[in-house]
Write a protein that binds this ligand. Structure first.
Ligand SMILES: Nc1ncnc2c1ncn2[C@@H]1O[C@H](COP(=O)(O)OP(=O)(O)OP(=O)(O)O)[C@@H](O)[C@H]1O
Ligand SMILES: [Mg+2]
Length: 856
């Protein structure tokens, strides 16, 4: 968009979409006029200028090494430029506008040298490790080697040598060996292995081993770009082909076999079937690898329709279709997050052969410490509480003796010293952690436990209640930030030349590799405060990426915002500086997800409910890839039911989306089992670990619940439950919600209508619930683990007398009769009430019917 051709309204709309504050936007437009680029620059630089005292913090990665100066924004220059191509992107030679950024790059890459690469018909300079010499004349990979030769050899030894030579690894991991064996046997293969376990090597080694080309289908440009850069460092020539590439020279070279590995997005490969068939005949194609293959499935969390069309690969590259092939070119599909249903969908949708091998490794990441904390999130007071420790960590502020003071005001308020709120990051908690941080001051919402609220106790996705309105802002305004197309960075196509004899001693980051190898043998798990290391904070809205990054920057943390609507040049810069450890914190939406392979990320914080456990585990998996301890903390409002992100879904997909969100919610609430166990079991893995902590006996409450909400066996119940049970007296709506989930998990109750919801709304007894009630078993105590919201509600010192009295009243048959009568006579409320009344498939309808029976 040309900033000069638009109206203020258009600029405002764009900026709101990016997540900027309205007041910031209007200030910017007042100052610079209706120019999008200038307004962005103004806002981001203004945030920085405000942060005069914070020497290095920057919301948008301006030149942080020039304190106090208005930044010469990389954004400014790049926003105004046309989209860069890869050669420009890699070429760090200065141009006047970008000089400051470049100084920074040069400083941080003083170990590097220039490598001349020929790409897109140009000679460009690529910053590389000092160990790399000039690129060989040819782009060809290792010498061609026929199938028979590979099979005939002791391939494991050959691979070992190649690994040592190119990557500096001593051996393959067990699952990598299995995958390679499947490939050598020409089998299609589905690989499910944890994030950071080394799936890429499974498809990279075949290129080295066979000398043929490996074609990798990958969902994002940033991901392809990073992998190509790494391969180049490891001496393997690679390129990536994006959807918007105009210059066809890299593509042409790729199709004539100039690169050992071709990364391509699903949209592009569908266009390249014919040239790839020719390539299969000339240099040969070793395999098609479909990375992040969960994108194939509508039941997964990152569905991309074009992934489904990859089924043509099986047909177009089969021996039946291409007579020169001895056997079908194998498909290798890889992901870290696929439930059993998604796996089946992948195999079917890609038409993988009947004899496909499915290789599953443990999803367990022993060095990741999972915890859940209660927070109302999204407000300044929550930021102050929740990020106090993090700010202290990065700014070396001493805990509990220095107030959280923005850097720009620190000089004027040095003597005001209050204690921090005592929250800690990285508590010793492997299995679970609920911080009962109920904030009395803002709990009024939950106090309103009138009969009306209790009837609508299970807030679902309904669109009517005030709570729900508030909840909806917790999520992305739309699902633009989801992976929808490959084009996520302003680099669309690129050639990377590998250097053939790479010396391990000099290449890459040997330290991290050593650590990885060590960690693989014996994960280092300590329980204590983590060292600094980089942090990624996932927030649900684009707006919050900006507000939280701004907040952290004000306290001197080097933080930047990342969301799909920010200028691509900014996003590229964030990627780069995050990888170079210039940034300490990236505050991002889900757009900053797949493919972030940075070894030393120490903390992944989710600030608000994720939409699925798949997405959560995928994002959390960015932490601790060096095998060292890392924290994965979910901050969520445990007293509220999360709502679904608005999106275009079929009815079936909506059901599935609710199921996924509901599973995620239940993950947050569970206190009874190890969180890691819950996560890996979600992906269908058996996990044996001692159960831990709380035991609670709740027979009476269980019966009470069934009695009240399922309208059953009134005489039987009234004998049992009218006790002045203390726990009951101290419970509230939130508590009952937890109990409902527990009973649902045990199969005693279910949702009374056909709607999909995160939380039960119209519970009704199942056959097994009824059987249970009538059996002698129901007299015995149950051991149960209280869920997080139950603990939370019990810990808050509110009096829930109104609800308790209300609840107790139901036990008295007369009160109960009167209430039912009142309810049935009540004027039907809008929508739901009208619909539900007299409808025997709903609780309201059944209650009404029961009332007629009672009054006879
Ligand atoms: N055999 C091995 N020995 C030691 N380290 C290895 C081995 N194989 C891979 N690695 C390292 O593991 C790290 C993670 O690898 P990779 O990016 O392939 O993970 P991934 O399984 O694809 O993760 P994700 O699901 O997040 O994409 C890399 O830095 C890689 O160098
Ligand atoms: Mg990967």
């Amino acid at each position: 968009m040309n900033g000069n051709d638009v109206t203020s309204d258009q600029v405002i709309a764009k900026l709101v979409g990016m997540g900027f504050e309205f007041s910031d936007i209007t200030d910017a437009i007042k100052a610079v006029g209706p120019s999008l680029d200038n307004a962005i620059e103004f806002i981001l630089n203004d945030a920085r200028t405000n942060n005069a005292g914070a020497s290095t913090a920057s919301l948008c990665l301006s030149d942080s090494k020039v304190p106090g100066k208005r930044a010469t924004s990389s954004l400014q220059s790049s926003c105004r430029m046309r989209q860069q191509n890869i050669t420009e992107h890699l070429n760090l030679a200065p141009t006047p506008k970008r000089s400051k950024v470049r100084v920074l790059c040069n400083e941080s890459t003083n170990q590097t040298n220039s490598l001349t690469v020929r790409a897109e018909g140009l000679e460009v300079s690529l910053t590389m490790d000092t160990s790399l010499n000039h690129c060989p004349q040819s782009f060809m990979g290792p010498s061609y080697c026929k199938d028979e030769e590979i099979m005939g050899f002791d391939w494991e030894n050959k691979v070992k040598n190649l690994l040592q030579k190119h990557f500096g690894f001593s051996s393959l991991k067990g699952f990598q060996k299995e995958v390679l064996a499947a490939w050598l046997a020409n089998q299609d293969c589905l690989v499910l292995a944890a994030t950071g376990s080394g799936k890429s090597l499974c498809f990279q080694v075949p290129a080295l081993l066979s000398g043929k080309v490996v074609v990798v289908i990958s969902p994002l440009i940033s991901l392809m770009h990073d992998q190509c850069l790494k391969l180049a460092k490891h001496g393997i020539s690679a390129c990536f082909l994006g959807s918007g590439q105009i210059d066809k020279s890299v593509e042409q070279k790729a199709m004539t076999g100039s690169y050992s590995i071709i990364y391509v997005c699903p949209e592009t490969i569908l266009r390249l079937i014919k040239p790839l068939q020719s390539l299969a005949e000339s240099r040969g194609i070793a395999l098609f690898a479909i990375d992040e293959v969960h994108c194939v499935s509508k039941w997964g969390h990152d569905f991309r329709p074009d992934y489904r069309r990859l089924s043509v690969l099986r047909e177009k590259f089969s021996a039946d279709n291409l007579k020169f092939l001895k056997s079908d070119i194998p498909l290798m599909a890889l992901t870290a997050t696929a439930t059993i249903r998604v796996r089946e969908d992948i195999l079917k949708s890609l038409c993988m052969s009947m004899g496909s091998k499915v290789i599953i490794t443990s999803f367990f990441r022993p060095n990741l410490r999972f915890s859940v904390k209660h927070s109302r999130t999204s407000s300044l007071s929550s930021y102050e509480k929740d990020f106090d420790e993090l700010i202290g960590l990065y700014t070396k502020r001493k805990k509990s003796c220095q107030k959280l003071i923005p850097q720009d005001t620190i000089n004027s308020s040095r003597d005001s010293c209050t204690t921090s709120n005592g929250r800690t990051f990285g508590q010793d908690e492997m299995c679970q952690n609920i911080v009962n941080d109920t904030d009395d001051s803002d709990s009024s919402d939950d106090d309103e436990t009138s009969e009306k609220d209790a009837v609508g106790l299970w807030v679902d996705n309904g669109l009517t209640s005030r709570h729900e309105k508030e909840l909806s802002v917790q999520f992305l305004e739309d699902d633009f930030d989801k992976v929808q197309e490959a084009d996520d960075l302003d680099v669309s196509c690129g050639a990377f030349c590998g250097q053939s004899t790479l010396n391990f001693k000099n290449c890459g980051t040997p330290d991290s590799r050593k650590l990885l190898t060590k960690a693989e043998k014996k994960p280092a798990i300590h329980y204590g405060t983590l060292p600094e290391g980089p942090t990624i904070i996932y927030v649900p809205t684009r707006k919050e990426t900006l507000s939280l990054a701004k907040f952290l920057s004000r306290f001197g943390v080097k933080a930047a915002a990342y969301n799909a609507k920010l200028p691509k040049s900014h996003l590229r810069q964030v990627h780069k500086e995050f990888h170079e450890d210039v940034l300490q914190v990236v505050v991002a939406t889900i757009a900053f997800g797949m493919g972030i392979d940075k070894s030393n990320v120490r903390r992944i914080i989710h600030y608000g409910w994720p939409q699925s456990l798949e997405a959560y585990y995928q994002e959390a998996g960015r932490a601790g890839r060096d095998g060292k301890l890392a924290d994965c903390v979910l901050y969520a409002n445990l007293s509220r039911v999360p709502t679904l992100l608005p999106s275009q879904r079929s009815e079936e997909q909506t059901k599935q989306a609710y199921k996924m969100l509901s599973d995620c919610y239940r993950y947050g609430m569970k206190t009874s089992i190890c969180r890691a166990k819950m996560l890996v079991e979600y992906f269908g893995e058996e996990f044996t670990q001692e159960r831990c902590l709380f035991t609670f006996i709740f027979t009476l409450l269980l019966l009470l619940f069934l009695f009240i909400f399922c309208s059953l066996l009134e005489t039987y119940i009234s004998d049992v439950f009218v006790s002045q049970n203390q726990t009951f007296a101290a419970s509230d709506l939130i508590w009952w919600r937890g109990l409902a989930r527990m009973l649902q998990d045990r199969g005693f109750i279910r949702e009374g209508d056909d709607m999909s919801r995160v939380q039960l709304r119209f519970p009704e007894a199942t056959d097994s619930g009824l059987r249970f009630l009538k059996s002698t078993e129901s007299e015995q105590a149950f051991d149960a683990y209280l869920e997080a919201d139950m603990l939370l509600s019990m810990n808050s010192r509110k009096s829930y007398s109104s609800f308790s009295e209300w609840g107790k009243g139901w036990a008295d048959p007369e009160i109960r009769r009167q209430r039912l009568e009142r309810r049935a006579l009540r004027k039907p409320r809008k929508r739901k009430s009208r619909k539900n009344q007299q409808n025997l498939s709903t609780v309201r309808g059944r209650l009404s019917a029961k009332l007629s029976k009672l009054s006879k």
